[in-house]
Design a protein around this ligand. Sequence first.
Ligand SMILES: Nc1ncnc2c1ncn2[C@@H]1O[C@H](COP(=O)(O)OP(=O)(O)O)[C@@H](O)[C@H]1O
Ligand SMILES: [Mg+2]
Length: 397
Amino acid sequence: MTAGAVLRALRIIAVLAGAVLRLALTRSRADTIASTMPRLGPTFLKAAQLLSTRVDLLPAAVCRGLAHVHDDLPPIPVAAVLPRLPRALLDSVDGDIVPAAAGSIACVYRAKLVDGRVVAIKVRRPGVAVVIARDLVLVTALARLAERFRLLGGMPVVAVVAELGAAIRQQLDFVAEVVALRALRTNLGAMPDVCVPEVFGEHCTADVIVMEHLPLPRGRTGGDAARQATVAALRAVYQMLFLDGFVHCDLHPGNLYALPDGRAVIVDAGFCRRLTDSARHAFATFFYRMSRGDGAACADVVLATARASASADPEGFRARMIRLIDGGTRGAVGEFELVPFAVELFAMQREHGFSADPEFVFPVLSLIVLEGTLRQTCPEVDFQLEALPFVLRGLMT
Ligand SMILES: Nc1ncnc2c1ncn2[C@@H]1O[C@H](COP(=O)(O)OP(=O)(O)O)[C@@H](O)[C@H]1O
Ligand SMILES: [Mg+2]
């Protein structure tokens, strides 16, 4: 290990130890988590965001704290990104390149091209891949220690870190993101209320994505337009889950916008998942059976996909699933709460000796991310009724 890596490891341990101390002394988990993560840089910011929906792994209160972690970082000045932009793009720009947004991994700029197109230029932060690779090596070593000495109870820390690491590395891969953006745009192309920016491949590189700039509203769009856009986004997610099997898992408010005309804009395909056909089918079957109030059939779907441990108790699990579904899953978003439902669904699996198939976890997470927005803008929408046409078509394909 180099001296730099040792210093970085010590800093990570010191900041995390300080946070643990604060957690022990104060009651405000949310504040402590939200203020600690940004101090540790992009790896931890991204990990916090990814963990904020993981109700299958963490208590809901911790998830809420992680959801407050924002990555409002200073943008990289335009002068510093110019050398990273391809010559042909620079030659095509008419006027100034203007900073538009800054995240932990990338910054986005706006520019007009000589042919009249207005483009969004997403540029990977210089050096961020190296910082993240180094941090992931260190965090993996710390995770091994934590698991060995059971510092976080029985949590499979090494596996969780490996999974997070893979998701963070995926967000660094701009070539994959271009492929994902194009797939989403094609898959959602028949939905007139949903826009995904067009990618201009001739100007993209391994660090730069050039795409159609969409006029995102600065503040929150309200009223009917927001409601229409939110329902459009929900239908888009159902299309992804039940028909396309290619899912944007990160539709938080920074990546989902309502235009004043009621259309929904989806950006940032950095965290997408492809489902196998059998997982997509199983998920559609689960949803269908849930909407019919058939807990036993829901249990069958989960039991066919979850991994069983030696002490697995399928009958106990089945009985609880029947109670959960009977407990009332019908109704508007206001009545059916996805987060407590998902918490119970995952807890039930653990307590009866099963571990959820990741293919089943990610679809649920994509809906959890959207649920926050749904609750705010249109609590009257019927989650399950909206799903039904997509579910029925998904079951037939
Ligand atoms: N095509 C686009 N048109 C307009 N604004 C965009 C576009 N793509 C991204 N943005 C803005 O830039 C921000 C950061 O881009 P995003 O792709 O989400 O990067 P990150 O991976 O850092 O979250 C978005 O939240 C959005 O506000
Ligand atoms: Mg984003």
